[in-house]
Ligand binder design. Structure first.
Ligand code: GLY
Length: 350
């Protein structure tokens, strides 16, 4: 069945608008024009964050050739991990506050319901491959830091310098501009926009309805050394159940961890809720938590969820408008608009 890429969903979220008004002042719109897919579902399908267009193409090519869905999504995200121009993932990712690149990744394989993950991994540019090895070559699920590095080296990975000159210059610029009052404010790019979170999440369902997913990131730029975000956490940055489907995230890791976001999306889908609505409901939980705690936790930052169910119906949604995602079906790969809860606030006038 042809994917439903032209269908436009008009979503009213008056509750969210109330939260938005409380958090951001007046002017938050409540209408989303999202592009979702697969009215009745079509297989195979691969979905990822917007930076994964080449990843979903690669994964689809492999699925069509009969690959296991986990092989497919890991080969897909390896393209982004290897790309020095994607500064949110793998080689060329922005470093921690000490100028060291620390990578997080997780993966899950639906048919065997196995999982693997690494956190704060240095010197290895493909943490998704190491996460997969943890899954396949150990009885454990999550290795971090020095132990994760030793595990990778024992399995033949080679140490590499992951800090590109471009990333180092941005880190130096951030250090030059550190506030004397508060070392923890978000770094800014050359235009003065905050540099926040990158990451790639990629999920696939093959022609038999078998599901797999992976999430990989260099995490929050200039983070405290040792900080691990949602991407490495099964249930937050990635979750799947072969009986239901898969979900993953990009964006503000801490906000997502507090609601176990990817697991929440999958559990909504288990109840028969369509992927788009499942993502929006999980995002609403983040907004509700923020509303209750904003006094202590500061401004709301964006979180994106990407979801696909076993039938091949898929969607992505974000807290704020203007987010996109990538998808590949048998008909080809493209970027689509994500659903959202709140209209992105205008940038402050300089
Ligand atoms: N979602 C990526 C991170 O917060 O590290």
């Amino acid at each position: 069945m042809a994917p439903n890429i032209s269908r436009r969903n008009f979503i009213k979220k008056s509750t969210a608008a109330g939260v938005g008004a409380a958090l951001m002042g007046p002017g938050s719109a409540t209408e989303s024009m999202a592009q979702t897919g697969g009215e009745g579902g079509s297989l195979p399908v691969v979905i990822s964050s917007a930076n994964g267009l080449e990843a979903v193409k690669k994964a689809m090519e492999l699925l069509k050739a009969g690959s296991d869905p986990l092989d497919a999504v890991i080969a897909g995200v390896n393209i982004v991990e290897d790309d020095p121009n994607d500064m949110s993932v793998g080689y060329g990712g922005l470093p921690n506050e000490d100028g060291e690149v620390e990578l997080d990744a997780s993966c899950m394989h639906g048919p065997t319901h196995r999982a693997g993950a690494v956190g704060a991994l240095k010197c290895i540019k493909n943490p998704s491959k190491v996460a997969r090895l943890v899954m396949e070559r150990s009885n454990r699920i999550f290795l971090v830091g020095e132990g994760a590095l030793r595990f990778a080296l024992a399995h033949g990975f080679k140490k590499e310098n992951l800090l590109t000159d471009k990333a180092r210059e941005i880190w130096l610029q951030w250090k030059d501009n550190l506030s004397t009052h508060d070392d923890w404010e978000p770094p800014k790019d050359k235009e003065g926009n905050p540099i926040t979170h990158g990451t790639i999440n990629c999920n696939a369902v093959d022609t038999h309805g078998s599901v797999a997913g992976v999430t990989t990131t260099s995490g929050l730029p200039f983070k405290v050394a040792g900080r691990v975000g949602d991407s490495a956490l099964i249930g937050a940055g990635l979750y799947l159940d072969n009986e239901v489907g898969a979900a993953g995230s990009t964006g503000h890791g801490e906000a997502n961890i507090k609601v176990a976001g990817a697991h929440t999306v999958v559990e909504f889908m288990r109840q028969g809720i369509q992927p788009e609505e499942a993502c929006l409901r999980a995002l609403q939980r983040i907004v509700d938590v923020q509303k209750r705690t904003a006094k202590w936790y500061g401004d709301l930052q964006n979180v994106n969820f990407y979801a696909v169910n076993k039938k091949g119906q898929y969607a992505a949604a974000a807290i704020f408008s203007e987010s996109r995602y990538s998808v590949a079906t048998a008909e080809g790969a493209r970027r689509l608009d994500s659903a959202y809860l709140l209209k992105k606030p205008a940038a402050p006038k300089k």
